[in-house]
Design a protein. Structure first.
Length: 453
């Protein structure tokens, strides 16, 4: 391969580290897109906490839009890796061309639909009279950058899966650094408030998008973006594989929406917005766990897809073990940090002692089972990387169903503040089930002859 890593000859453990670490760091940096916005917004004089709750309500819309990038990027990258493992570079190039077209179409559609429905969506998703003005200001501007956000996230997968993990990391870092610099300029210097945060984010996404597309149109990668070979059969295969991560992210939105609705309903006018602000901070912290963890398990999918296509089950299993080990190390470190210094993170967003006390308690509850979460991610993303979408979807949906059930049952049976317990319950149970399914199914999957995409 004309890339920095040889997926069929390099030491498996070394490959996992070479691809996982840059991808993990890239996701860490990517988290700053949302965290930096929320950090500055939370510290705006007088309106900080309320504005932060408003931006938190925008979360489901932002996440749902990003799901389309996973639908195409995570759907196409494993298929491309499988084709490269089969030594079929022409078919791999066709996958990239079709994915580029799909992202362009989906970006346009998502932008139009979201702009038309944004007012109703925000109210459905838990906005109150106090938080709605800030939510609508932020989301209206953010949606203008949809195509740049989707192109950056979706096409970056095709940089990583060719072995250029460091380049993929840089593409994310460029945008994140721009966002960190531009946020205070637009929010405070230009006195644009929440609107300024959205403008800074869009401009940063444009920079990242230019970097990603510039690389994929250059002569550096083995497989570049072309404008030929469009085939509905290829697109359908990409969408089928990508449907698993898409559904996972889309259903995450359902969970967030359910939480917001439950919090507003059972929290009442006195506690509703306060609990929503706390939940926004907690979920911001969880992004620092789940996104880098997803970087480890998603960034190494190319190893699994390539060797699955090359019919090397021994290398697939070795890679899975290394990915799990790295994931467990990461989640253990994050568990220690979230249970020893959560107040440091919370004070980035607010200095209100009442908010700080409640959010610190919530973080410790919410992150109780993040260590076994590494197993869940390894198994689900592992099956996705090999193109076995049905198993991946089933395991992920099982976890979401437990979470959703808890979101509605806990406030009925106990006080609404106990809503934070649903995350560790769903994480722990789903990890046990996923590991069990993996050991029951992995040999059958690797020995399957007919389903090679």
């Amino acid at each position: 391969m004309k890339s920095k890593n040889s997926l069929d000859t390099d030491n498996v453990k070394g490959l996992v580290l070479k691809l996982a670490l840059p991808s993990m760091l890239a996701q860490f940096v990517s988290v700053f897109y949302s965290i930096v916005d929320r950090m500055y917004i939370g510290n705006i004089d007088q309106i900080g906490e309320t504005a932060l709750a408003g931006v938190g309500v925008c979360g489901p819309i932002v996440t749902l839009i990003s799901a389309f990038a996973s639908l195409v990027g995570v759907g196409g990258a494993p298929l491309m890796s499988i084709r490269l493992g089969e030594k079929n570079e022409k078919a791999a190039a066709q996958v990239v061309a079709n994915c580029f077209l799909l992202l362009a179409i989906l970006s346009a559609a998502a932008t139009v639909v979201s702009l038309l429905l944004k007012d109703k969506l925000l109210m459905w998703f838990g906005a109150s009279e106090a938080t709605f003005p800030y939510a609508i200001d932020y989301i209206t501007i953010y949606l203008m950058g949809t195509i740049f956000a989707l192109m950056t996230t979706g096409m970056n997968q095709f940089i990583i899966c060719q072995g250029f993990a460091k380049t993929g990391m840089i593409s994310v870092m460029v945008g994140a650094v721009c966002n960190i610099i531009l946020d205070p300029v637009f929010i405070f210097l230009f006195d644009m408030g929440v609107k300024g945060a959205a403008v800074a984010t869009v401009l940063s996404q444009i920079v990242s998008c230019a970097f990603v597309l510039g690389f994929l149109f250059s002569s550096k990668p083995l497989v570049r973006i072309t404008f030929k070979g469009y085939d509905w059969a290829v697109m359908k295969r990409v969408l089928l594989i990508g449907f698993s991560p898409f559904l996972i992210i889309a259903f995450d939105n359902v969970l967030i929406i359910a939480l917001n609705m439950v919090i507003q309903k059972y929290g009442g006018p006195e506690r509703g917005d306060m609990l929503l602000t706390c939940m926004t901070i907690v979920q911001s912290l969880m992004l620092m766990v789940t996104m880098p963890l997803g970087g480890i398990t998603g960034g190494t999918q190319t190893i699994l897809g390539y060797n699955y296509g090359a019919r090397r089950p021994d290398r697939v299993k070795k890679a899975e073990r290394s990915i799990l080990t790295l994931g467990l190390i990461f989640t253990t470190v994050m568990f220690v940090l979230t249970h020893t210094i959560p107040h440091v993170f919370v004070r980035i967003f607010t200095q209100n002692e009442e908010y700080v006390e409640l959010t610190v308690w919530a973080i410790k509850i919410y992150t109780m089972a993040i260590i076994p979460l590494a197993a869940q991610y390894t198994v689900v993303d592992g099956f996705t990387g090999m193109g076995i979408a049905k198993i991946a979807i089933s395991l992920s949906m099982f976890r979401k169903i437990i979470f959703l059930a808890g979101a509605f049952l806990i406030p009925i049976l106990w006080d609404v503040t106990n809503i934070f317990y649903i995350e560790p319950i769903s994480d722990g149970i789903s990890a046990v089930v996923s590991v069990t399914v993996y050991f029951l199914m992995i040999d059958k999957v690797l020995n399957r002859k007919g389903e090679r995409g």
